[in-house]
Ligand binder design. Structure first.
Ligand code: DGL
Length: 358
């Protein structure tokens, strides 16, 4: 049947279609905009075959990750960038600098409301703390990973990623520094630690507690972030081409000074002691660290214990030996702060103050 429509009917149909298109456009433009910076990790992991649990981290692309959680498209307009695609145990200072500089560029973009960074969980706590000290914005920055690869039964990555995107557009997440979400929990970058090699509940904040909880995108915050970070941090990567070399020495019964002497002769700028108890070690190791301090190497005493604090002059006379006490920071985070501190000063007193302020 040939439908002849009057000129008026055709005009009405065109106007109606125009409204539909404009409505869709306005709805799309009204959604917040999230940039996902991907670096790899288990969240991008792919099993070698269906039967075996073995997998290769840093395999799936950023697009693959977003494709696995289509519901996230209702939360925000999402754009992705692949910074690298590695297991985070292979993270390097050079990648940190690239990631931090790109993050600050993206945060300056008025069309970006929040950033999600996908990352392995092995060193996420280190990258998160580093970025919290050098990112210059109040916009939400949320790091996310997973404990099961993307191909696993009940892979945890998609829900973790959905939560991360929900947090990145959550007004209450603004101004809290870099956040970490996994397993329906929210952690502050300074506090979070990986505590279990395989468990979904691996991330803990043993000293000051979780920042909050998040269920299917609905977040509840329990606490405010502590100390200095973000816009209140004096550290910057803008002029940095590399980070000072700082290594960690692990203490245990009978530990000697050979490793310490080797590092000093290699020219490291700082050494962090992962000490027994409240940052303790054998007399030999302490003598090696004292000689290192005399040669201008910055020495920070932290603890291998996993929670609590390391105070000055308790069993080790830091004043006499020229050491710095790490306070609440575990060895891997004490290293991050020492690297950035050494871009500003070599004065042990000024370096010590950083551990009270950050
Ligand atoms: N290869 C480890 C990493 O990329 C796996 C741990 C994970 O991402 O959960 O950190």
């Amino acid at each position: 049947m040939k439908v002849i429509r009057s000129r008026r009917q055709r005009v009405c149909i065109l106007i109606a279609l125009l409204f539909v298109v404009l409505a869709r456009e306005s709805n799309a433009s009204s959604r917040p905009k999230v940039r996902v910076l991907s670096t790899g990790g288990t969240i991008a992991g792919v099993q070698l075959n269906d039967e075996a649990p073995a997998y290769r981290a840093g395999t799936a692309s950023a697009e693959d990750l977003i494709r696995a959680v289509p519901q996230a498209k209702k939360l925000a307009d999402i754009s992705v960038e692949q910074i690298c695609n590695i297991g985070s145990q292979k993270m390097k200072n050079s990648i940190w600098l690239t990631l931090a500089k790109r993050l600050n560029e993206v945060l300056k973009d008025p069309d970006v409301d929040g950033v999600v960074i996908t990352h392995g969980t092995d060193t996420m706590e280190e990258t998160a703390y580093f970025l919290s000290l050098v990112s210059k914005s109040d916009k939400p920055v949320v790091m996310v990973g997973s404990m099961r690869p993307s191909t696993a039964i009940s892979a945890d990555g998609p829900m973790n990623l959905y939560n991360a995107i929900a947090l990145a557009v959550n007004r209450n997440a603004k101004g809290r520094g870099v956040l970490v979400t996994l397993n329906d929990e929210i952690h502050y970058a300074r506090e979070v630690e990986k505590s279990n090699t395989t468990g979904l509940n691996t991330f803990v904040s043993p000293n000051r507690g979780r920042a909050g909880l998040i269920q299917a995108g609905d977040a509840v915050f329990f606490s405010e972030p502590s100390l200095k970070y973000g816009l209140r941090s004096e550290f910057s990567v803008d002029l940095l081409a590399e980070l000072p070399q700082v290594e960690i020495v692990y203490a245990y019964s009978n530990v000697g000074r050979d490793t310490i002497d080797y590092l000093v002769n290699k020219g490291v700028r700082g050494i962090v002691l992962a000490g027994a108890g409240e940052g303790n070690a054998t007399d030999e190791a302490l003598a090696g660290l004292q000689d290192a301090a005399k040669r201008g190497v910055a020495i920070v005493r932290s603890s291998r214990v996993g929670s609590g604090i390391v105070r000055r002059n308790i069993e080790v006379n830091d004043d006499r030996m020229g050491f710095i006490a790490s306070g609440e920071l575990n060895p891997q985070k004490a290293r991050v702060l020492l690297m950035l501190g050494l871009t500003m000063t070599t004065d042990p007193n000024k370096l010590q103050n950083y551990y009270y302020e950050y």
